[in-house]
Design a protein around this ligand. Sequence first.
Ligand code: FMN
Length: 328
Amino acid sequence: MQDVSVLPLWRCLERRGGADVYVTEYFRVHRDSHPDKEILRSITDFPGDKPVIAQMIGNDPEHLLRTTKRLQDQSDCSGIDINLGCPAPTVCGKLSGGALLKDHNLIREIVETLRPAVRGTFTLKTRIGFETPEEFEALLALFASLPIDGLAIHGRTVREKYQSPVHTDCIAHAVKTLPFPVTANGSIVSLETALAMHRTTGARGLMIGRGGIRNPWLFQQIRDAFSGNDSPSITLNDVRDYIFELRDEIRETGQFDSDTHLVHRMKKFTNYIASGIHEGEFNYALRRANTLTAFEAICDEHLCSDEAFPEYPDDDGKLFCGFKELVA
Ligand SMILES: Cc1cc2nc3c(=O)[nH]c(=O)nc-3n(C[C@H](O)[C@H](O)[C@H](O)COP(=O)(O)O)c2cc1C
């Protein structure tokens, strides 16, 4: 995820069990592009030996091929993934990301050009259509005919952005139809929603974005549930430790020349982390903090407590929505 799926976060996730597989923010690919050094570092400096997949966004088969080779030369990424889902107008306007779903021939050309060069897994990340879910059937026929190793499906259309319930029926249909593993994505924010997504779709994998930033223990909680173990309960003190650890990891990148800059960066994460805690008051206060001292004092005020970390974020439609429908 742009700006948030970064190495400092991944280090914090790993200390809490972490995901089985990580996917980078997308590398932007165009005629003059070089792989972004910071994103590359999230692969080369990743702690431990879990697979890290490099995701690219772009629409020109030759430039994507050139970048694939460079990424594989300059890192030990375990696979290449192409983004077919980003709804940002700047991306779709250039006929990349989600807009590629409108051009099946181009998707085929990209996949066929890259396939012989990809050394690890070759996957796509899609949505269920650009305008409407009715487009999904034709997309499935296309995907089924492509030489790829897997497909991650964010169960919304591009038009729906992040603001609708997830079309789990489409993901379930894809699981039954496609000859390769499907990973289900969209609004998994808790163990309960993860299990519901797995049960209703039968997907081989679960992909977790915003919910994993908010609850970095979630990956281990899911692993524990599948192996029949209980997970330790999480308190607000644990959340405070996580936020302060993330602050230290981000500071250590050396990219932030002032504490104000660091606080600004931290808010990208605490926006998600604070959701669900103290009816929005915690996040409201954090958003107004301009100094690191104020930011830390607000964390102390709200989080120095053995109170349980709420299982769910706020359902206000701003950062999180559609998760209640998963368990309905
Ligand atoms: C801030 C932000 C940045 C994102 N960046 C990417 C990205 O670089 N690549 C990608 O495939 N999806 C990206 N996404 C989409 C997420 O990967 C995911 O598909 C979506 O948020 C739904 O899953 P979630 O509810 O688990 O977050 C981004 C989403 C957000 C909110």
